[in-house]
Design a protein around this ligand. Structure first.
Ligand code: NAD
Length: 468
């Protein structure tokens, strides 16, 4: 079994203590995570701070070329990283699984490498010249979740270094190994200290978020932990990007062809077993098409092979961890008790691993926990509605505001409804289809700031206004 070490200042740093990382498909040990001490964290921040001046002063074209080389080295090791990702995360190698995630990581890295932030001339008149410059912030702390660990790490790390910052990455302790290995590979092309990684338990993320040497924190995870990160960052007024939880609503308008949308609805909800921030988490269907949409979804979902992610035949894998599985079970049982009708699944077996069947539940409404809370697992509540005007209010009745979708053959009607949804991204006839040139972020308690594209890159800079 490969040994994993912290990467600090371009070097592997072995720790005295390590923790087991387990494969959610069978509970077998996937590897051992190094447990960083507070001194290791200090060393990583110090290495990043020491590397910052030279990296910030590196000509932009050179930094751009090095980000391109980072993409190349990830691509060259994509299969190795995909195997490791499946081993610790559980997602299948195929379908929208690990190989897909690695191809996304490479695509986002290349797209971010290509963006430039030239000086903007705001005024150039006899009275004076005003220039807007973008400067890197310093050391960026990145804290990532367990659902899309490799791709989300690239969403943090690449814009940070592209803009001239240096980084300390702290992956989830449930899925740390693929990020450690990826950072190790990045260090084959980047100068020492530009990209560091620490892993551990017992408050390491909080310590990074509060560290006096860190100038910005980019955090992707749950809303409650995001609030803690915000509080920890307040001590030194760190810049923040927070990509947090969601409870995305989808609305199917009357007159929509169920057969045409079933596949899109399914993958909008069940990509990565529903363990996706901007997955479709509650589906509102007009009463005129409700039964037909339910039937089409059941027919599509029943054919999806669920199994150990290492099997080439699996299209969905296990839930990633025990806590998440327990929440899914709890929400489904509660929905059943509230009169929910199980159309598919709903009954986990007793086999090894954190498997839960693809589950569709109708006859539920706002006020049932499965509708009101983020389930983050392979279960979708389907809610019948009668009035479009009234369902918009129900969709917006959430503290979250990450994504949303409207499904209709009438695009203009769909756009009218879409613009009234309180969310950072809204899709028509698809859900969760993110892309590197489209800013992505949440409103309300789904986050602060955006990622991707020019707007996302700007979040890793401060503005300096130069007035001549
Ligand atoms: P989580 O909040 O439990 O953990 C996220 C990260 O924070 C992990 O690395 C964890 O170790 C670390 N952490 C834990 N306590 C901390 C603290 N006090 N201070 C600093 N860091 C701390 O989230 P999770 O369970 O890993 O991920 C699932 C959640 O993430 C879901 O709510 C999902 O919607 C959200 N998410 C959001 C996006 C988005 O872009 N908006 C993307 C993916 C996941």
């Amino acid at each position: 079994m490969r040994s994993f070490a912290l990467i600090i200042d371009g070097k592997r740093v072995e720790t005295a203590q390590r923790a087991e990382v387990r494969n959610p498909a069978d509970g077998a040990i996937a590897g051992f995570m190094p447990l960083a001490t507070p001194a290791d964290l200090d060393a990583a921040v110090a290495a990043a701070a020491a590397a910052f001046p030279a990296w910030a002063a590196t000509p932009d074209a050179e930094r751009q070329a090095l980000c391109g080389k980072v993409a190349d080295i990830i691509e060259a090791h994509a299969e190795e990283l995909a195997q490791l990702l499946t081993l610790e995360q559980g997602k299948p190698l195929n379908g929208l699984g690990s190989r897909f995630e690695l191809s996304g990581a490479v695509a986002w890295t290349r797209a971010t490498a290509a963006i430039t932030l030239p000086v903007e001339i705001l005024q150039d008149t006899p009275e004076g010249r005003v220039e807007l410059h973008r400067k890197p912030i310093g050391v960026v702390g990145s804290i990532t979740p367990w659902n899309w660990p490799v791709m989300i790490a690239c969403w943090h790390l690449i814009p940070a270094i592209r803009a001239g910052n240096t980084v300390v990455s702290k992956p989830s302790s449930l899925t740390p190994l693929s990020t450690i290995r990826m950072v190790e590979l990045m260090n084959e092309v980047l100068p020492p200290g530009v990209m560091n990684v620490v892993t551990g338990e017992g408050g390491l993320g909080g310590a990074l978020a509060g560290h006096a040497g860190v100038g910005k924190v980019v955090f992707t995870g749950s809303t409650p932990v995001g609030k803690k990160v915000m509080a920890a960052a307040a001590g030194t007024l760190k810049r923040l990007t927070l990509e947090l939880g969601g409870n995305d609503a989808g609305i199917v308008l009357p007159g929509t062809d169920p057969a045409a949308i079933a596949e899109g609805l399914f993958w909008g909800a069940f990509i990565n077993n529903g363990q996706t921030c901007a997955a479709l988490k509650r589906l509102y269907v007009h009463e005129s098409v409700h039964d037909a949409v339910c039937e089409a979804l059941v027919a599509y979902a029943a054919k999806i092979p669920v199994g150990d992610g290492r099997l080439e035949s699996s299209v969905l894998g296990p839930v990633q961890n025990e806590k998440q599985l327990a929440l899914v079970r709890e929400l489904v049982e509660d929905a059943k008790a509230q009169g929910g009708k199980v159309l598919l699944g709903g009954d986990p077996g007793n086999g090894p691993g954190y498997f839960y069947p693809v589950t569709l539940i109708s006859n539920v409404d706002n006020g049932v926990r499965l509708v009101d809370e983020e389930q983050f697992g392979p279960v979708l509540p389907i809610i019948k509605y009668a009035s479009v005007e009234e369902v918009i209010g129900r969709a917006n009745a959430s503290p979250f505001g990450l994504g949303g979708s409207v499904w209709s053959s009438d695009i203009e009607a769909a756009k009218t409804v879409a613009k009234r949804l309180e969310c950072g991204s809204v899709w028509i006839n698809k859900h969760g289809a993110i892309q590197p040139n489209a800013p992505f972020g949440g409103v309300k308690q789904s986050g602060v700031g955006v990622e991707f594209g020019v707007e996302g890159l700007k979040e890793f800079t401060t503005i300096q206004t130069l007035l001549v």
